[in-house]
Design a protein around this ligand. Structure first.
Ligand code: G
Ligand code: G
Ligand code: MN
Length: 449
């Protein structure tokens, strides 16, 4: 049968509906598995490798929501057409999920070529799509795996491509990742950490440490940011940039965060009343409508004044479900909790967010602060952020200050707040109490003098 979509083999041999995706006319998952099965049998005598890959559209769901289902279907048909038009006479593509496609490249023998081919597909899919009189844009992530020996079967080959796809999605949009053995190791390590973390959270073994935030002009501590620290019995110290993402992904962030907030507020209520506590929320918590109530419950139980609490959120946290995030932020602000925008200037910054959301404070990412002395662009960016905050009536904290000269430059530019190793590293509850005693004693003698 001649394919309506160029040379790509859409249906070869049989027209069986059970093997065809009705929307796009491409083969479906069954057909794809069938083809790979058969190729593996063929390669038993001819030990050349071949490549499979899974393509996942980035940002298809918002397009569906924005343009409607019919337009979404139409885009999927266009995607199918583009993909099959880019297959050569050996290769084939199938639709294996709502917005997932799979390809089989029998004549691709190396990881490098697989990656090149996949990048080309991403490029083809990234061109604009016509939707009536509007245009939509999409990107795609691809995970590939290569068949090498007789040991493998279709299922393990495809599951390796899925593992690679998962890594591609995690590292951002529009990426290709080819499966490696290390990925399997990494997956096992993550599972070990996940299990240990579940136990530690249940046993209350994760601790908040506290890093001072200072008034740069008066050189005086005004509050602390709580930062999670965990030393496991077996794994030793695990860094938060390792275990927080695992907690987010495996659904432990809620209980972990509640444990940390409870401990942090129990500590902070013993500090002088004028000091605030700043607490990080993860993006996934802003999608969960229980978050607001959980926070208020904890404040109720520990008796910590909500007006002394600040919540730090990132722009990423506002993006996945802005309406949900807005409701949580609104509920928190209603009881006097302040909200700051963390890590500003990195990631997917959108100044538009500052118009839609009201933040009480903005934290300038340490990437800018660390280069403020050497680097003119950083200096200009910081000055622009400071001017903007002044106009919008937001407080500012510059993060990652390590040197006196950085602090004085920031003061000179009009930056009010600072945080960083220069003023203190994160310390546990007791260390923080000692820090406060020293600081307040020093202040008292200074004021007496
Ligand atoms: O403390 P620093 O060590 O390395 O923290 C690494 C990252 O982990 C930072 O981005 C910080 O915001 C995040 N983090 C630290 N503690 C918490 C916490 O209690 N909750 C959440 N959601 N993130 C945290
Ligand atoms: O993403 P967030 O801003 O919440 O994370 C704060 C992170 O910055 C923590 O990992 C903390 O340990 C780290 N940090 C705080 N002060 C400094 C500093 O002066 N230098 C560096 N390199 N890291 C810092
Ligand atoms: Mn923070």
């Amino acid at each position: 049968m001649q394919s309506p979509f160029g040379s790509g083999q859409i249906v070869s041999g049989t027209n069986d509906l059970a093997f065809t995706d009705p929307l796009t006319g491409l083969g479906n998952l069954r057909r794809f598995f069938d083809k790979v099965d058969r190729l593996i049998v063929e390669r038993a005598e001819d030990p050349a490798p071949f490549a499979v890959g899974i393509i996942d559209l980035d940002g298809f769901k918002p397009i569906n929501d924005l343009f409607g289902r019919k337009a979404g279907d139409n885009i999927l048909q266009q995607v199918a057409m583009r993909l099959s038009a880019s297959m050569d006479q050996h290769s084939s593509v199938a639709r294996v999920g709502a917005d997932e496609f799979a390809f089989l490249y029998p004549m691709v023998f190396s990881e490098d070529v697989a990656r090149e081919q996949a990048l080309m597909l991403i490029e083809i899919l990234s061109a604009p799509y016509d939707v009536g009189d509007r245009t939509a844009r999409l990107s795609a992530s691809v995970g590939c795996s290569l068949f090498y020996s007789g040991e493998e079967n279709t299922e393990t080959l495809v599951s390796k491509a899925e593992t690679a796809l998962y890594h591609a999605k995690r590292s951002g949009r529009g990426r290709v990742v080819v499966y490696t053995r290390e990925m399997e190791e990494a997956a096992k390590r993550m599972t070990r950490i996940e299990q240990a973390l579940r136990r530690a959270v249940a046993a209350g073994e994760v601790e908040p440490h506290f890093q001072p935030i200072v008034d740069l002009r008066r050189k005086q501590v005004i509050g602390f940011e709580a930062l999670a620290r965990w030393t496991d019995r077996d794994l030793g110290a695990v860094r938060p940039d390792v275990f927080i993402p695992i907690a987010e992904e495996r659904g432990i962030i809620g209980p972990l965060s509640q444990l940390l907030l409870r401990k942090a507020t129990e500590t902070a209520r013993n500090w002088p009343d004028e000091l605030f506590l700043s607490f990080n929320l993860s993006p996934s918590q802003l999608v969960d409508q229980n978050t607001g109530r959980d926070i208020l419950d904890i404040l109720d139980r520990t008796g910590f004044d909500p007006r002394r609490l600040e919540i730090e959120i990132t722009e990423t946290g506002l993006m996945s479900d802005p309406a949900s995030a807005e409701k949580i932020v609104h509920d928190l602000r209603a009881v006097g909790i302040r909200v700051s925008l963390d890590d500003f200037g990195t990631g997917q910054s959108s100044l538009g967010r500052l118009r839609e959301f009201h933040f009480d404070k903005l934290k300038i990412d340490r990437a800018f602060v660390s280069s403020i002395l050497e680097d003119r662009p950083s200096e200009h960016i910081i000055r622009a952020i400071l001017a903007m905050c002044e106009g919008l009536g937001m407080d500012v904290v510059a993060e990652g200050i390590e040197h006196e000269e950085q602090a004085s430059r920031l003061v000179q530019f009009g930056c009010g707040g600072g945080q960083g190793y220069l003023f203190g590293k994160p310390r546990d509850a007791e260390g923080t109490m000692n820090y406060l005693r020293e600081t307040y004693r020093a202040m008292a003698t200074w004021q007496d003098a």
